[in-house]
Design a protein around this ligand. Structure first.
Ligand SMILES: *[C@@H]1O[C@H](CO)[C@@H](O)[C@H](O)[C@H]1NC(C)=O
Ligand SMILES: *[C@@H]1O[C@H](CO)[C@@H](O)[C@H](O)[C@H]1NC(C)=O
Ligand SMILES: *[C@@H]1O[C@H](CO)[C@@H](O)[C@H](O)[C@H]1NC(C)=O
Length: 382
């Protein structure tokens, strides 16, 4: 009975979180959240009006020397839509400023309403209620399926027909970070098993790890809450972390991991005089940190606490002053003022990657490391 009550409230909290994210009013610059982090009202553009411009797509003329077989796939966070990352000042823009061609960057196809699947599919799954649902089960499987599909598509459509040399970097924002990690883990099992379903060895939509260069996570929770704290992912994060701990695919599969976390907000419990009093940045952080790691007064990026954001064996980046989402336009992971702080380490990992070494005869892969270096250096001089 107690378990069921806890599960019910977990689902209720998740739903509230979703509604808060999805409601347009949460994006309004008049909310105290934006005021406190210095959001300028004039900079505000409704998310939804941007899609048309965005998908029309402008081909960057910047650098043409980055090998076309190198792709970045952005993985949106909880409640986020693909278009959030195409907005001006968002990740796609900033990556282009760093020298990537527009057609080298893709965003996982996710609509805001897709996240409702977590609730209604979860609600039909007993293991979701008991917080024992691994991410290959219905509530999150749709997301893993898209990662699997889209990596395949990138390789088939965009790499000039040459699948062999296609290489993808996953950049996961927020929940996109741990879901990307789950996709790699459970998706790479397909090859080993005999296809039979084993509950303790769940298998995800297939991913060929040869094609994946690395995973960059930006403000992602990677560690589950301690026992006794309700698990908002209903077991998915805990099971991912148990079965694929740390930089799991680094030693044998040559996949690099970068975990970046902003250090900007110390949580502080908000004393409310009335239930209508708006939430402060510190108060919001307190609730969010407490839900993720059990300690509301710790430090983090305003949504995800420092203590849950790093993986053993990953390149761990602590980004002072950086906030979780684009609502802080100049200080979030994707803003042009911040991106270099994780993009530069990512280039270092690319240059060191054995997966880009050039045994291949393909012209795109030949001397790929030299080409990466010159492409980005040239761009900086310009
Ligand atoms: C499932 O996999 C685990 C780990 O390999 C193994 O120990 C267990 O016997 C398997 N269970 C079944 C029913 O095949
Ligand atoms: C919570 O985190 C803060 C800052 O890291 C630390 O000083 C405090 O001791 C922690 N509290 C608990 C209960 O662990
Ligand atoms: C993503 O969703 C968050 C809510 O969690 C929202 O505040 C933000 O504007 C969205 N977009 C980005 C790029 O963070």
């Amino acid at each position: 009975m107690r378990g069921a009550t806890a599960s019910l409230s977990a689902v209720a909290i998740l739903l509230l979180l979703y509604l808060q994210i999805a409601s347009v009013s949460a994006f309004l610059p008049s909310s105290p959240f934006f005021r406190e982090i210095g959001f300028v009202a004039n900079d505000f553009h409704p998310v939804f009006t941007r899609s048309a411009i965005v998908y029309a797509g402008t081909l960057s003329t910047s650098s043409t020397t980055i090998p076309p077989n190198l792709k970045i796939l952005i993985l949106p966070g909880f409640g986020n839509d693909s278009i959030d990352y195409y907005m001006s000042g968002s990740l796609v823009d900033s990556l282009q400023e760093q020298g990537w061609r527009r057609d080298s960057i893709d965003v996982l196809r996710v609509a805001r309403s897709d996240w409702l699947q977590v609730f209604w599919k979860g609600a039909l799954d007993l293991k979701f209620w008991t917080a024992e649902a691994d991410p290959t089960r219905a509530a999150f499987r749709w997301y893993l399926e898209r990662i699997s599909q889209q990596i395949q598509e990138l390789c088939e459509e965009l790499c000039d027909g040459d699948h062999e040399d296609c290489r993808v970097i996953l950049v996961g924002h927020s929940a996109g970070g741990w879901l990307g990690r789950a996709a790699l883990g459970f998706g790479s099992r397909q090859n080993d098993g005999d296809g039979t379903v084993n509950d303790s060895m769940p298998v995800g939509p297939p991913i060929n790890l040869d094609k994946v260069l690395g995973l960059v996570s930006l403000g992602a929770p990677h560690l589950p809450p301690p026992p006794g704290i309700m698990d908002m992912t209903r077991g998915a994060l805990r099971i991912t972390n148990e079965q694929f701990p740390g930089a799991y695919h680094k030693p044998n599969d040559g996949i690099f991991y970068i975990t970046a976390i902003g250090l900007s907000v110390q949580g502080e419990e908000q004393e409310r005089r009335s239930p209508l009093e708006p939430t402060t940045v510190k108060g919001f952080a307190y609730n969010s940190y407490e839900a993720v790691c059990g300690n509301g007064t710790t430090i983090g990026d305003g949504v995800v606490p420092y203590s849950a954001a790093h993986l053993d064996g990953a390149v761990q980046l602590d980004l002072k002053g950086v906030l979780h989402s684009i609502n802080a336009p100049d200080n979030w992971y994707g803003s042009s003022q911040v991106i270099e702080r994780w993009h530069e380490p990512m280039l270092q990992e690319l240059k060191a990657s054995k997966k880009l070494s050039t045994n291949s005869n393909n012209i795109y892969t030949k001397n790929v490391i030299d080409r990466i270096s010159t492409a980005f250096e040239k761009f900086k001089i310009l």
